[in-house]
Write a protein that binds this ligand. Sequence first.
Ligand SMILES: NCc1[nH]cc(CCC(=O)O)c1CC(=O)O
Length: 311
Amino acid sequence: MNTRTLERPLRLGTRRSPLAMAQAEETRDRLCAAHGWDESMVEIVPVTASGDKILDRPLAEIGGKALWTKELDAWLFEGEIDFAVHSMKDVETLRPEEFCIAAVLPRADVRDVLVGAPSIHAIPPGARVGTSAPRRAAQMLHARPDLKIVGFRGNVATRLAKLQADEADVTLLAAAGLQRLGETGVGTPLSEFEWLPAPAQGAIGIECLVASEDVRGWLAAIDDRPTHEAVLAERGLLAALGGNCHSPIAVLTTHHESSLTLRAAIFSPDGAERVEASETFAPADAEGPKRLAHRLLSQAPESVTVHFSGE
Ligand SMILES: NCc1[nH]cc(CCC(=O)O)c1CC(=O)O
C-alpha cells in the first residue's frame, strides 16, 4: 500500500448519468474510508460522454462502446483527472496500453431484471421487448421467438419512462444499476443460472495511467481481488471470441478456492442458435478464456461464428 500522504485532492473522472454518478460516489466513499481521508480529498469531475448525447440510434451503429470512454480517456491522457470510474460492462476489451485497471470494486448483483411481466413465460404472445443490447435481444428471442424487439436506448430512468409511455411491453435492466439508483422494487430478477449476464455486468472498474504509481497505490487499497479476476477472465473471453457490438455473448463466473469456472453462451443475433460451454482454470491463467472461446466457436454453426472473428 501507498504510505505517502496525499498532497492534493485526487480527481475522479466519471460520466454524468445518475448511475455513473452513484458509482463515482461509491468509489469516493470506499477510497476515503480505506485511507481515512476527508470526502474533499476526492473531487468528482463529471463529463458528458458522446454515447449519452446520441440516443436515437443503436450503440452498435454509432461507434460502439468507445463512445462511453472517449472523453474520459482524453482527460486521463492529458492529466485532467487522476483516474476514471467505469461500468466495466461498457468498457471496450482493447484499451490504450498506457492505462491499467487499478481496482475493481466488489461485484454487485449480476442478474438482469425483467420489467413489465412476472416471468419470461408470462409475457403475452407477440409482445414488444424494449432493448438495444444484442445479448438481451438474442436471449429473449431464443426463449420466446414470438416476441418483437424494439430499440430502447437511454439511461435507466429514460428506459423505465419509455416503458411507462407504452413504447414497449417489457424491458430488461441490470439489477446492479437499479440497486445503485435505489430502484429496488422494480421488476423481477432472472436467475443468473438460466439467464446468463453480460461480461463484467455489475462490476465497477477504475482506470488510471500505468505511469501514475502513487495513484495506483491509493487505488490498490479498494481492489476486490475475486471480482477483479472474474472481470479479467470475462474480458479475456470477449477478446478471444473477437466479438463486436453485434455479437451476443453471455457469461457467468463462479469462484472456487483456487480456480474460476466460466460458463458462457453465444447466440446468433436472431436467437435461433445458442451454444454453451464452460471451462475451469486458475485466475491468472490467460489461456483459460481462450480455451473457452475456442470450445464455443468450434461448436457453433456459421450463423453464430460469422459474428465473431475468433483468434
Ligand atoms: N448498458 C448500460 C449499463 N451499463 C452498466 C449498467 C448497469 C450496471 C452494471 O451492469 O454494472 C447499465 C444499465 C443496464 O444494463 O441496465
